[in-house]
Design a protein around this ligand. Structure first.
Ligand SMILES: [Zn+2]
Length: 444
């Protein structure tokens, strides 16, 4: 019976690395030819670089192919075939899905998928859910607004595909969602880390329901790095008495990596569906060895309507040194997506990744889940203000918390902070992705 299977695809997930690489190369050639032939936008780039499909014989050859950035996609859209523009590789009538990127800055990028692409999305998510222990007996609650963003649409379809039961919690508010989870004894759910913590907080403080008493035992996160930040993960797992798993995906890429039940501190790249390359942001060198960080260049090997070929994702990742104990041969990236090249800013000449601040705040006993970071200038000097909330009844510990916070922030980020304590509940709450990091330098 399928429920007994350890892997969703026992062949591909345990294929020897050399064989996976061979498969990737063959698939890459196919998607490159497809794109070269059908996308005027991509062909323009390739002609300029002097590269034709027949030139691709090795992974080294692939590296000569120009990368595509999100800003380039913005530039070609809102034109014919409307609204996708020159990168559309199929006749408009074959497009069955519209989505758009959910980034908080800049114009969104529209994404077209055919029905075949959409089945590919569901299949890639089936790998994720199966690896995280979802089985046909699960009752999965989806607490998100069903709209133009892809999260968690594909999770919904994949849960159905593996035979689980799906409870759509779309237009309900947070309290109604919690009651529905309780009423139906749902066993799993998918949400952003911000919302996982927010729901637990609402259940406890507004409804007198301990989320641990509910039947949710698996939570799949996306959209933010929280589930790969150990202290945030622990807060979520403790709040719900559930296993919390990370996954990473993007509208214009697909669901390209996932944590498995072994929770080994890394995320598996679905190497049967995606080719991940890591490039040093300073030297441009490609990184094959574990332990060196760089930005991810990714190709979705099977996506057809609006292909993702050598997309410069700006995600900062590194290969993990050890294989995962789960037995999958898909390589792991250590600690998930550790940041985005765009998010990592220089403050007082020091490189700062906002996730490092999150790790410290979420690890401190006595602080609430919310926080906000503001970088601005005092005269010519950068200043970072960290706003935090003390939990109710813990106000007396402020001195201890302040000292620990200063120490740990200095240790993790090498920077000094201006700390601003607020009463519990005073900082903004978010339903989906939070915007906790604000860089106001140059904006006055
Ligand atoms: Zn694993």
């Amino acid at each position: 019976m399928i429920s007994q299977q350890k892997y969703w695809n026992p062949v591909l997930e345990t294929l020897a690395h050399e064989k996976i690489r061979k498969l990737q190369l063959e698939k890459f050639k196919r998607i490159f030819s497809w794109t070269h032939e059908r996308s005027r936008f991509h062909r323009g780039l390739y002609v300029q670089a002097g590269i034709k499909p027949g030139d691709i014989r090795s992974f080294e050859d692939i590296r000569r192919i120009p990368t595509v950035e999100k800003s380039m996609m913005r530039g070609i859209q809102r034109k014919d075939p409307f609204p996708y523009g020159d990168a559309l590789c199929v006749p408009l009538e074959e497009v069955s899905e519209f989505r758009q990127t959910s980034g908080t800055t800049g114009q969104p990028v529209y994404q077209a998928d055919t029905w075949q692409d959409w089945e590919w999305w569901a299949e890639s998510w089936a790998y994720i859910l199966w690896a995280q222990g979802y089985r046909p007996k699960d009752r999965v609650f989806l607490p998100f607004g069903y709209n133009v963003f892809v999260a968690f649409w594909a999770g919904h379809y994949a849960a159905e595909k593996i035979g689980a039961e799906v409870v759509p919690g779309g237009v309900l508010d947070t309290q109604a969602r919690i009651l529905k989870i309780q009423e139906l004894q749902c066993t799993a759910m998918m949400a952003t880390p911000t919302y996982v913590l927010g729901m637990a907080d609402t259940a406890k403080t507004k409804m007198g329901i301990d989320p641990r008493s509910l039947a949710i035992r698996k939570i799949t996160c996306a959209g933010e790095p929280g589930a790969s930040i150990p202290t945030t993960k622990k807060r979520m797992e403790d709040a719900w008495d559930a296993k919390v798993y990370d996954h990473a995906g993007a509208t214009e890429i697909g669901a390209w990596c996932f944590e498995c039940e072994a929770q080994s501190g890394g995320l598996h790249v679905n190497e049967a569906f995606f080719l991940v390359e890591i490039q040093d942001t300073e030297t441009g060198e490609y990184i094959e060895v574990p332990g060196r960080r760089g930005k991810m260049i990714i190709t979705a090997l099977d996506r057809q309507a609006q292909p993702c070929v050598r997309f410069d994702s700006k995600d900062i990742i590194e290969w993990a040194p050890e294989p995962c104990p789960c037995g999958r041969s898909f390589r792991l990236i250590k600690g998930g997506v550790v940041g985005r090249a765009d998010d990592i800013t220089k403050v007082k000449g020091v490189l700062l990744a906002p996730s490092a601040i999150e790790e410290v705040v979420r690890g401190l006993d006595g602080l609430a889940d919310e926080f906000e970071v503001i970088v601005d200038k005092e005269g010519d000097i950068d200043r970072i203000t960290l706003k935090i909330e003390i939990l109710k009844g813990r106000e007396g510990e402020r001195k201890r918390i302040e000292a620990q916070l200063k120490d740990q922030l200095r240790l993790k980020t090498n920077l000094g902070y201006n700390l601003e304590f607020h009463d519990y509940g005073m900082l903004p709450r978010y339903d989906v992705k939070a915007k906790r990091f604000k860089d106001l330098r140059g904006k006055h």
